[in-house]
Design a binder for this molecule. Structure first.
Ligand SMILES: [Zn+2]
Length: 296
């Protein structure tokens, strides 16, 4: 993924092209083709939206509705702002058993919503929700930016059997005295980016896309930022979830089932805790993760 900034205009952008990580995401479950396509788009979109965030935490993009696709979401984990740490993505969809191949956004989701959630590790959670008022996810995201942040945005998402790519340009808040010029700049850049075809976006590296569109303009192109598929589930996070249930509830489950198994819905990993494991989680000073944290 590569970000860029126009040196003489208040406009920024991001380019992303992924192959392996999208394949890994789609291999986690047997998704019908229409669901897989939308999930790959969400995956790309969550990376595009994370590109300019200066925080440590998570960003997720979710669509949900009352159609055969109950929901699909992708989540991006952001670490250490300002460094070139990789963006770690994961995603998940829940759907009816049989879904026709050619269903579009509205047929998949029925009456649906787009939900953007930003959760800094320390700080207030932000959630923006808009109706799915356009025919494509890209157009709905453009609508979200306009509605929630008044930022005119152009967003393009493209998929092939083995790759997924995305491109976004966004107008930045400009000097109020210079709004006429900023309008003209935006119109010019917008006219250029709408000539980018899906084939070009999928086939060309970032440098060539930027050269093809903006060779007459002065750009600052930032260093490549790695993006990869990675589920961040762990035995320790599962232990936190068990502790959060409370000892009474955990004792009840152990009595019924003999052990507790935490399933990760994203990657299908399983974390099993038997009676001894659970006992240690609640024993003071031994294995209680909540307690360990306060000690450090
Ligand atoms: Zn997992």
């Amino acid at each position: 993924m590569r970000g860029f900034l126009f040196n003489n205009m208040d406009i920024r952008g991001v380019h992303i092209r992924l192959d392996e990580s999208v394949q890994t995401l789609l291999q986690q479950h047997a998704y019908p083709p229409a669901v897989a396509t939308l999930l790959a788009q969400l995956f790309i979109a969550s990376a595009l939206l994370s590109a300019n965030l200066k925080l440590q935490g998570r960003l997720s993009v979710q669509v949900r509705g009352d159609g055969p696709l109950e929901y699909a979401m992708a989540e991006c984990r952001l670490d250490q702002p300002g460094t070139l740490q990789p963006l770690l993505l994961k995603g998940l969809a829940r759907h009816a058993e049989v879904i026709d191949d050619n269903l579009g956004l509205h047929q998949l989701l029925g009456k649906g919503q787009l939900v953007i959630t930003i959760e800094p590790d320390d700080g207030q959670r932000y959630q923006g929700i808009v109706g799915l008022e356009h025919d494509t996810l890209a157009a709905c995201l453009e609508g979200y930016f306009y509605q929630s942040e008044q930022l005119p945005t152009h967003l393009q998402l493209a998929m092939s059997a083995s790759e997924a790519a995305g491109f976004m340009v966004q107008r930045l808040p400009a000097d109020i005295n210079d709004e006429a010029r900023a309008d003209e700049d935006w119109e010019l850049v917008h006219a250029l980016v709408t000539t980018l075809t899906a084939t070009e976006l999928l086939d060309l590296p970032a440098e060539q896309v930027l050269h093809r569109l903006f060779h007459e303009h002065d750009l600052t192109v930032f260093a490549e930022r790695p993006v990869s598929y990675q589920c961040d589930c762990s035995r320790e996070r599962s232990a936190h979830a068990i502790v959060a249930l409370g000892q009474l509830k955990v004792d009840d489950i152990l009595e019924d089932l003999g052990s507790i198994v935490i399933d990760c819905q994203f990657c299908n990993s399983q974390y099993a805790f038997d009676k001894v494991d659970c006992h240690l989680l609640f024993a003071p000073g031994t294995g209680n993760p909540a307690e360990r944290e306060t000690l450090h």
